[in-house]
Design a protein around this ligand. Structure first.
Ligand code: GLY
Length: 389
């Protein structure tokens, strides 16, 4: 039996990707609802909030780079719109990033990244160790060189999430503060969901935006189960006391012993250190080993940080996809769309995801910028015989 239609668009998942989708959908005039027990939570609660299209460039991810840059270019206008609308300060800092090397291997790695950035038409500048320390005096004396990327910024993801909740509320989005349990089908298409509490919520279009949990919604036909997996990241938060004065003026990052470490200084004195990358299923335990490795590597970069109070340790789950890029837009099941799989780039990709999803909900097809990110690129389709009527 099909659930009674309660909205035009029903978004499953109230993290930043679900919220921006709901907000933009409501702005387009859709009656929109979000299902999530605690909207504004999810991976954004843990994320450091680097907007690092250039410093996080990887070989083989040139297509993703196009989407990352499209979103980075939207950021100033997106933040201004959201701030004007909600009055929230999002902690957006156009502070730039310095990626540094501590030994010859790191230096070779950074030189290679610099060459890739150059070939990709991106702006970055090679600095000697001395020039790096002139920019950031707290850096270790052993820093051997680095890449200055003025275009990679940061935002506070918790504030972003809170502002998106407010923007959704103001736009008339209805929140169902429950877990979504099962997708409901009717007439060979998605027709809504049933919550864990048993409420049936019908909708014209269902957007699955539940991050790493997106594949776990019951009732998804085999051909449309999103191939997302949890990739654990442990993160630490330290506090720079006011009396200390400036600690770091920009995001500082490095590859140390093959692992990424980054330090993101916020204007409010918070210093976020991240992040491990662990394929351990649904485990979100903060481990002694994870904290040790982050502090050890961060300390090699910035020895003075051991004086700072350690105020928070936590772990979250990135929604990893097979090609590290998001899944956006229609699936092989009519009425079901995806906005998930953003992996390391969820915060960066929030503005463009909102625009893409609003377009596709309205026009029924992806805009050009998002064509490579169709969920159907992984080949699976729903055969008509597999679709329960
Ligand atoms: N983009 C940073 C991370 O995923 O750790």
């Amino acid at each position: 039996m099909s659930p009674t239609r309660t909205s035009d668009v029903l978004v499953v998942g109230g993290g930043i990707i679900g919220l921006v989708t709901a907000w933009r959908a409501a702005q387009r005039g859709f009656a929109t609802a979000v299902v999530d027990p605690s909207p504004g939570g999810g991976a954004a609660h843990v994320a450091a909030g680097m907007l690092a299209a250039v410093t996080e460039l990887h070989h083989g991810e040139q297509t993703l780079l196009g989407l990352n840059l499209a979103s980075a270019h939207r950021y100033p206008g997106f933040v201004a719109e959201l701030t004007d609308l909600t009055g929230h300060d999002l902690g957006y800092r156009r502070c730039g990033t310095l990626a540094v090397a501590l030994d010859a291997d790191d230096r070779a790695h950074l030189r290679e990244l610099h060459a890739l950035q150059h070939r990709s038409g991106l702006e970055s500048e090679w600095l000697s160790g001395r020039e790096c320390r002139r920019l950031e005096p707290m850096l270790a004396p052993g820093v051997r060189g680095g890449l200055r990327v003025d275009g990679d910024h940061q935002i506070d993801p918790r504030r972003l999430a809170a502002a998106l909740v407010t923007a959704c509320e103001r736009a008339g989005v209805v929140f169902h503060r429950e877990w979504a349990e099962r997708l409901e089908l009717a007439g060979g298409r998605a027709a809504g969901i049933v919550t864990r509490g048993g409420a049936a919520l019908g909708a014209g279009q269902v957007v699955l935006a539940a991050g790493s949990l997106s594949g776990r919604l019951a009732g998804l036909p085999d051909g449309v189960v999103p191939p997302v997996r949890p990739v654990k990241g442990q993160v630490l938060r330290l506090t720079v006391p006011e009396r200390h004065g400036p600690f770091l003026s920009r995001t500082v990052r490095a590859v140390v012993r093959g692992g990424q470490v980054y330090l993101v200084p916020r204007e409010n004195g918070e210093l976020v250190i991240g992040a491990t990358s662990e394929e351990l299923g649904w485990d979100t335990t903060v481990t002694a080993g994870g904290v040790y490795e982050l502090l050890r590597d961060a300390h090699e970069l910035v020895p003075g940080l051991t004086e700072l109070p350690l105020t928070e340790t936590l772990a979250g789950l990135r929604p990893g996809s097979p090609d590290n890029a998001p899944l956006l837009g229609p699936t092989g099941l009519d009425g079901l769309l995806l906005a998930t799989g953003h992996h390391r780039n969820g915060v960066l990709l929030t503005p463009v995801t909102g625009d893409v999803m609003a377009h596709v909900l309205t026009a029924g097809e992806l805009p050009d910028v998002a064509l490579p990110f169709t969920p159907t690129r992984f080949g699976a389709r729903v055969a008509p015989t597999e679709q329960p009527a």
